[in-house]
Design a binder for this molecule. Structure first.
Ligand SMILES: Nc1ncnc2c1ncn2[C@@H]1O[C@H](COP(=O)(O)OP(=O)(O)OP(=O)(O)O)[C@@H](O)[C@H]1O
Length: 453
């Protein structure tokens, strides 16, 4: 089937890209992403707005020509373009590749919030997938890592989609040649400095010689593993419903009803869901299982990382942090700069966002507050309350945040999770989820919307 038809079919089958949404396309000027861009321009998906995001990493001299090219290309086709430059002075001495990647994805996230975009698409393809699977096999790890690259996953408030994942590099290149597309080769791909390139240059050609369909077969394995894991996770979640007393407490009696393989998987899933910030080794899992099945030991613990521990206390197994507090406190949100036009999910189950315009499709039950802010109020911050924090009230006076929380009978545990929305100058604009300050609009202010749900 012609590539463009296959591309449109993939999109339909996956139900990707709802009508009239906005898509940020990550275009590096290489053959894969220039082909992806051309396919999107030709597939004409109903009212989908496309923004091209290109990052000039300033790592190669050729990036000057690439930047000029993408600017001219997008101008000629009237496509919105955003260019992110990674200044040389910010490049680290070691780990440049990982830092470049971090910069790239932070930049994509910023562009998504600037345009209120729902999707990000990258041009990863079937050869990338096969190489990644071999890298995982070589390095070892958990079964889920063998999936390699997923066709879609959540990214910030939206989705990261890889619409080219089922196409081989050779099909993509053939399309680009036939359509006389222009692209730039990344000369660092030619070296054998990293594992991926060594796999690409030395191993993949051998495997393809053994069977020309190797890439397709590996993509098929990846899909099978992903489906199996998804079914298995749903099953484990239903067992967890039975075994958990509360979010961070497992009932040992109930866990011991399961056979040892199921038990290990259940503990692994429990930790994955309740302590997603850490990774657990097989040895740690075994230790936890031994601890809980040892009927002669009613108390004990296994150290994880970051001073987290799994603690057995009679009939309960729980995850504790260094201060002996249970994990909900450990998991409270860190302070962060509030990006505009984006929802922020909080650990206490609330979400909030500050928007320059009222967003379309607001969920019922969303609370809407107007804020008058001047440029000196920005950027806004979200931080935990400090002693003495106060906010302005209707009468023109002030109330202490601590007093508000006492008046509203907020428990100590809930208090750990309370966050404030604060202006750049330090004024408390809202005690999120509880109260919005009454700020008298001062000169040069604009209207913003604080939405909470
Ligand atoms: N400089 C760039 N500007 C914009 N998009 C880029 C850039 N580099 C890579 N991308 C996007 O990421 C995709 C994958 O690129 P590449 O294989 O080089 O990245 P990777 O680092 O191996 O993958 P990942 O980004 O998942 O780690 C490209 O097809 C493109 O969509």
């Amino acid at each position: 089937m012609v590539l463009i038809n296959q591309f449109s079919k993939n999109i339909q089958e996956h139900h990707w890209f709802d009508e009239k949404k906005t898509l940020v396309l990550a275009v590096s000027t290489g053959v894969d992403s220039m082909t992806m861009l051309d396919l999107f321009l030709n597939a004409k998906i109903n009212g989908l707005r496309i923004i091209v995001a290109y990052v000039d990493h300033q790592l190669r001299e050729s990036s000057v020509g690439e930047t000029k090219f993408i600017k001219e290309y997008c101008a000629q086709k009237s496509i919105d373009l955003r260019i992110g430059v990674w200044p040389i002075q910010d490049h680290p001495h070691n780990g440049v590749e990982a830092a470049a990647r971090q910069f790239r994805y932070d930049f994509f996230a910023n562009i998504m919030s600037e345009f209120n975009a729902d999707y990000l698409a990258t041009a990863h393809h079937a050869d990338d997938l096969a190489e990644t699977m071999i890298m995982k096999l070589v390095r070892g790890g958990r079964l889920d890592s063998l999936v390699g690259i997923l066709p879609e996953r959540t990214f910030g408030k939206g989705k990261l989609i890889r619409p080219m994942l089922s196409f081989s590099k050779s099909t993509i290149r053939q399309y680009a040649v036939e359509k006389r597309l222009k692209w730039f080769e990344d000369e660092t791909n030619a070296t054998d400095e990293n594992l991926r390139n060594r796999i690409r240059h030395n191993i993949m050609p051998q495997l393809k010689k053994e069977n020309a369909l190797t890439i397709e077969h590996m993509a098929d394995y990846s899909q099978q593993i992903a489906k199996l894991l998804s079914v298995n996770n749903r099953y484990l979640d239903s067992l967890l419903d039975q075994a958990e007393d509360s979010k961070f407490h497992l009932s040992i009696d109930r866990v011991l009803d399961f056979d040892s393989d199921t038990r290990l998987m259940l503990i692994q899933r429990w930790l994955e869901l309740r302590a997603p910030m850490i990774s657990i080794s097989s040895e740690q899992l075994q230790q936890i299982d031994q601890l809980l099945s040892n009927s002669r030991k009613s108390q004990g613990e296994v150290d994880l990382i970051n001073q987290l521990r799994v603690v057995k206390s009679y009939q309960k197994l729980c995850i504790l942090d260094k201060s002996q507090k249970s994990l909900p406190n450990y998991q409270k949100n860190a302070d962060f700069m509030v990006p505009l036009n984006r929802w922020n999910e909080m650990k206490n189950g609330h979400s909030f966002g500050v928007f320059t315009q009222m967003p379309a499709n607001i969920d019922t039950g969303t609370k809407i507050h107007e804020l008058s802010l001047s440029s000196t109020d920005l950027p806004l911050k979200c931080r935990s309350p400090k002693p003495g924090d106060r906010f302005q009230i209707e009468s023109g006076g002030h109330q202490k945040v601590a007093r508000l929380l006492i008046n509203q009978k907020v428990t100590n545990e809930e208090r750990e999770l309370v966050k404030l929305l604060v202006s750049n100058e330090g004024n408390v604009l809202a005690v999120l989820g509880y109260r919005v300050a009454k700020i008298n609009g001062h000169q040069g202010t604009n209207k913003y919307y604080l939405l909470e749900k």
